[in-house]
Design a protein around this ligand. Structure first.
Ligand code: S3P
Length: 433
């Protein structure tokens, strides 16, 4: 279905999908499981860890900070000594493309009495870090970097911290997590309040590692001084990865897909609510909870979708799924409006501009808004040429658009998908044969 070319790959249209698949482990939960295992005392064992580039960056940074671990495929064993045993790395820490690695590790390092320099790829170096460095500086961390400590490379010198009451201007789990992790090392209590609730994996997993975190509405509270104890963590499949198959399975002409073991945390299931509202035929089966995170199997069948409005508190619940939702909206009946999503402009790429530009090139009727997108559904995308611009979620959204198009597409930059979904094309191939 796709052939390697000198530059890029070719995606041919399909009419049917069929089969059962498992998507890789959740990216957000994999980062946290590795990091908390590295901070804890005692052994931590992770199963279904995402071996994508982003989470491998977190593991590599931990190694440089003196944490011992071993990985075999999707299993990781971490020999935790407590983060009091972290030591000053001899070299710069490179987080690659991973904002979660950069922001969460900054939070922990704020309480470590040594100096570390962190950098990443060109995308990371253009993403806003002031949203974490400013509150961490207020707590007592010393952080220097480009543009007054707002852009990487960043150098942090941690030390003794004071708890703060922080009102974040953005709903961001990375900001919330960084401040809570610094709060673990701070004197007194630290609270983070956000305008809308962002994913709460940090709060849930910290409780699993023995740290009392209180969640009340959009506020999370932590007291300084608690210790983490090594755990057994089974990581659910990533709903953000499942989203590509939910949209594909909804919009092909025939077939049925079963996606097993998908994370069903309410702060992440906005994509399901949106697709249901659009008329999708998705069934939730075998709902269960393990390690503080709900999960289920999802069965999807083709359906006629229609346009909807998405805004406000819904946005953080599906922020990473907006590129693939735009593909669904472009093939739905009527107009879809996505508002309050200006955060998309500071993701791996400016996803408002890139989605509008990329979808328009494939024949969609799409308009860029300052904080979102307006998409008028058409009966079929034409296809053509697309580029990931180095953004994993764009690469995978374009593959789905190509599979659903009239003429298929030539795609450059597919390798970007490896940061969150290394076997994406293998699974696509398996279900479309
Ligand atoms: C993430 C939080 C979100 C999300 C990102 C992963 C996390 O980012 O877009 O892919 O693991 O905490 P923000 O915190 O910047 O909203």
């Amino acid at each position: 279905m796709h052939n390697n070319r000198v530059k890029g790959i070719r995606i041919h249209p399909i009419k049917k999908v069929q089969g059962e698949i498992q998507v890789p482990g959740d990216k957000s939960i994999s980062h946290r499981a590795a990091l908390f295992g590295g901070m804890a005392q005692g052994e931590t064992h992770l199963t279904n860890f995402l071996p994508g580039q982003d989470c491998l960056s977190t593991l590599e940074c931990l190694r440089k900070l003196g944490v011992e671990w071993e990985r075999k495929d999707t299993e990781v064993w971490i020999n935790g000594q407590g983060f009091e045993h972290w030591r000053e790395p001899q070299d710069v820490l490179d987080v690659g493309n991973s904002g979660t690695t950069m922001r969460l590790i900054l939070g922990v390092l704020s309480g470590c009495p040594f100096s570390v320099t962190l950098t990443g790829d060109s995308s990371i170096r253009s993403r806003p870090m002031g949203r974490v460095t400013m509150p961490l500086q207020e707590m007592g961390a010393r952080i220097l970097g480009r543009q007054d400590g707002k852009y990487a490379p960043l150098t942090i010198q941690g030390g003794s911290l004071l708890g703060i009451q922080f009102h974040s201007p953005v709903a961001s789990a990375q900001v919330k997590s960084a401040i809570l992790l610094a709060g673990l090392n701070a004197q007194g209590e630290t609270t983070v309040t956000e305008p809308f609730l962002s994913r709460d994996h940090t709060e849930r997993m910290l409780r699993g590692f023995g740290v009392p975190v209180i969640s009340e509405g959009n506020t999370a509270k932590i007291k300084g001084g608690a210790k983490l104890l090594g755990q057994e963590v089974s990581i659910p499949g990533d709903i953000s990865s499942a989203a590509f198959f939910l949209v594909l399975g909804s919009l092909v002409s025939q077939g049925e897909l079963l996606i097993q073991n998908v994370g069903m945390n309410k702060t992440r299931t906005g994509i399901l609510d949106a697709l249901w509202q659009m008329g999708a035929d998705i069934q939730v089966e075998d709902e269960r909870e393990e390690c503080g995170e709900p999960r289920a199997n999802l069965r999807v069948r083709p359906a006629q979708l229609h346009g909807i409005e998405i805004q406000g508190a819904m946005i953080p619940r599906l922020i990473d799924e907006i590129p693939i939702l735009a593909v669904a909206a472009s093939l739905a009946k009527g107009v879809t409006m996505i508002r309050d999503a200006a955060e998309l402009r500071v993701k791996e790429t400016d996803r408002i501009a890139m989605v509008a530009q990329g979808m328009e090139a494939l024949g969609a009727d799409i308009q860029e808004l300052h904080d979102g997108l307006q998409i008028k559904g058409i009966s079929q995308l034409k296809g053509g040429r697309a580029s990931s611009y180095g953004d994993h979620r764009l690469a995978m959204a374009w593959v789905v658009a190509g599979l659903l198009s009239k003429e298929g597409l030539s795609l450059e930059g597919m390798e970007a998908a490896s940061v969150s979904f290394p076997n994406f094309l293998d699974l696509i191939e398996r279900i479309s044969n």
